[in-house]
Design a protein around this ligand. Structure first.
Ligand SMILES: [Zn+2]
Length: 400
């Protein structure tokens, strides 16, 4: 095991062993930690009293220590809920999740990020209140909130840092405002709020759901903008202040004006927004990445040709990304992620990257679709709150 062992292993370490599936019986926990049967029993009792553990539904299994078959233990994913939301530029999606990521209630609708954080987060608080009612959950059962935003986030502070697509959000206290909005609209006590970039959370959700054994996973989201999320050894790689993966503003030498104010960014020529602008200029009604997605779904030939060209632009940049990171999976997600775009990505990626870095690379499309960031946000909150170093303090707060 990689956590503390022997007499140092606390209730949090036992919970971690059970949640990860590495040890799910009392005997296996004794073996993994070196703790006595009595000590394991005492620590498990606290977790049972908190409602965090329950006996598994699968029935007894053989014990590694021999003797009678043992009852299996599992994390009780229903003792609390997480509220999650994914903000796009003109649209948002929110949900109530169980701790194991099951969607209990969901809502999506128009929410314009340019209206600024105060209005947008107040409205999200209202959505959360309604969703809790819809899911039949009490406000006191909310253990945390996870929020995905389309911009760079300093995860230490939860603040958005110079976001090109989020005017008015730079440095704003998102976590404080959202926690307050939940109290205002649902009467819930303050809870921890984790904010992260949408591509990061999509990558985290997708890696856990579909590629848990992939030690280097890259997701590229191509919607109104372009961003990438990187998951290394099961953790989001953010760089030193949340800037990792912001590939949309790499200069690719074109002369188009980008939303960030610079000319020639990748996003200015190859995003859903850029394709929409080119379609509109030739008389096809399209204003956003989601309009392009609809045209692609309907097999519109000009949209398909432009998406393929955009794919080639992105593929060129991804050749560098893949050479640097040597990922096992490169997932293409977002509004443009269909066959024409993927074809374009593959054309340039395999042409420009070293064969060595693409030999074991799978280029795939999303499995969780529009829910990827929600699922990733929920998982991030749960991993944060139930991490061994936080369990002791939380158990004491519960009085167990
Ligand atoms: Zn830019």
């Amino acid at each position: 095991m990689n956590s503390r062992s022997g007499s140092q292993a606390g209730a949090g370490d036992l919970l971690e062993l059970v949640r990860s599936g590495r040890a799910v019986t009392r005997g296996a926990l004794q073996q993994a930690t070196g703790l006595s049967r009595a000590t394991v029993g005492q620590r498990l009792d606290r977790l049972f009293r908190a409602g965090w553990l329950r006996e598994g539904a699968g029935g007894p299994v053989d014990s590694p220590l021999g003797g009678r078959p043992s009852i299996t233990l599992e994390f009780d994913g229903d003792h609390a809920v997480v509220l999650v939301a994914d903000l796009d530029t003109r649209h948002a999606r929110a949900a109530v999740l169980s701790l194991t990521g099951e969607i209990l209630a969901e809502h999506s609708g128009t929410l314009v990020i340019e209206e600024g954080p105060d209005l947008v987060l107040a409205e999200l608080g209202r959505w959360f209140g309604e969703l809790l009612e819809k899911a039949g959950q009490r406000p006191g059962e909310v253990c945390g909130i996870g929020l995905a935003v389309p911009g760079p986030v300093d995860s230490a502070t939860g603040r958005v840092v110079q976001p090109p697509m989020m005017p008015g959000w730079d440095g704003y206290d998102v976590t404080g405002r959202l926690s307050r909005a939940l109290t205002e609209h649902a009467g819930a006590p303050p809870v921890p709020v984790l904010v992260d970039n949408d591509a990061n959370l999509m990558a985290y959700g997708e890696q856990r759901a579909g590629h848990p054994d992939c030690a280097a996973f890259v997701l590229v989201k191509v919607s109104t903008g372009i961003g990438a999320g990187v998951v290394v050894d099961g953790s989001i790689y953010r760089g030193i202040d949340g800037g990792a993966g912001d590939i949309g503003h790499i200069r690719v030498g074109a002369d188009a004006l980008c939303r960030c104010g610079s000319y020639g960014c990748l996003a200015a020529v190859a995003s859903g927004g850029a394709v929409a602008r080119r379609l509109a200029a030739s008389g096809v009604p399209a204003a956003s990445g989601s309009d392009v997605r609809d045209l692609l779904a309907a097999g519109h030939p000009e949209a398909a040709a432009l998406a393929r060209e955009a794919g080639r632009r992105v593929g060129d940049v991804l050749a560098t990304v893949v050479t640097l990171l040597n990922p096992g999976v490169l997932m293409i997600a977002g509004d443009l992620a269909g066959t024409p775009f993927l074809t374009g990505v593959r054309e340039l990626l395999y042409q420009r990257a070293l064969p060595r870095s693409t030999a074991h690379l799978d280029v795939v499309t999303s499995r969780l679709g529009e829910r990827a960031a929600l699922i990733g946000a929920g998982a991030l909150v749960v991993e944060h709150l139930y991490a061994p170093e936080r369990v002791e303090e939380r158990l004491r707060a519960l009085g167990v």
